[in-house]
Design a protein around this ligand. Structure first.
Ligand SMILES: [Fe+2]
Length: 221
């Protein structure tokens, strides 16, 4: 079956699901159904191919369509507050890695900063979205202060030095969604360290293992 033929089958099946799942199965043949499951789901964005349909032996025919629809839906991933450990990073900072997709250059981390922390000047090769959960921090080069609820967008190419006020009375907790690499710079602007999705994941997993923890819920490629 060609892709176009297969696509029409899936579209017809989808339309039938919208109007009546039981009726739909009366003229979607077994061969078409098998094709939908095993070959052509991803190209039109329905979702990944599914495992062999063992459910066929246990499910009534009349419930086939609705069950198919449920199994085709992507599954959400929930990560509870305590599921991933905090790992020591630079002095006065801890982090956890929530997402590290090397193919997309994307890494999402949460970082906790103690009062008085100053992070080495860094430059971004990609854009950054930052959301502050508690505490406060700023960039030395700017006047604004990030506090709980603040959102910050950092364009690719931006360069700055993160500081946390010594007067803070609580830990500063920030969610960063970062694309590309952070280039840590010395006082002359030379690159001293490169951090990206791959390196942050590697360091985080090593840190977890050193604590005897296994981070099982990080989203990776
Ligand atoms: Fe930054």
């Amino acid at each position: 079956m060609t892709y176009d033929e297969d696509r029409r089958v899936i579209e017809r099946h989808q339309a039938n699901l919208d109007t009546g799942a039981v009726e739909a199965l009366r003229y979607v043949t077994e061969a078409e159904h098998q094709t939908m499951f095993f070959n052509r789901l991803t190209p039109i964005g329905i979702g990944p191919a599914l495992p062999p349909p063992r459910w066929k032996r246990t499910c009534r025919r009349s419930s086939l369509a609705s069950m198919t629809l449920i199994e085709m839906e992507p599954t959400a991933v929930h990560v509870g507050e305590d599921e991933l450990p905090w790992v020591d990073n630079d002095e006065g900072t801890k982090l956890k890695v929530l997402v590290a997709k090397v193919s997309e250059g994307l890494w999402i981390i949460r970082t906790k900063f103690a009062p008085g922390v100053r992070v080495q000047t860094h430059k971004h090769t990609g854009q950054v979205y930052a959301y502050t959960l508690s505490g406060s921090w700023k960039y030395e080069e700017s006047d604004y202060v990030n506090t709980a609820g603040s959102f910050l967008y950092e364009p690719a190419g931006s360069r700055h030095t993160l500081v946390v006020p010594e007067t803070n009375t609580e830990v500063t907790d920030v969610w960063f969604q970062i694309y590309g690499a952070n280039l840590s710079l010395d006082s002359d602007g030379n690159i001293e360290r490169v951090t990206d999705a791959g390196s942050v994941l590697q360091a985080y997993v090593a840190g977890c293992e050193a604590m005897g923890a296994t981070p099982t819920t990080i989203l990776t490629d």
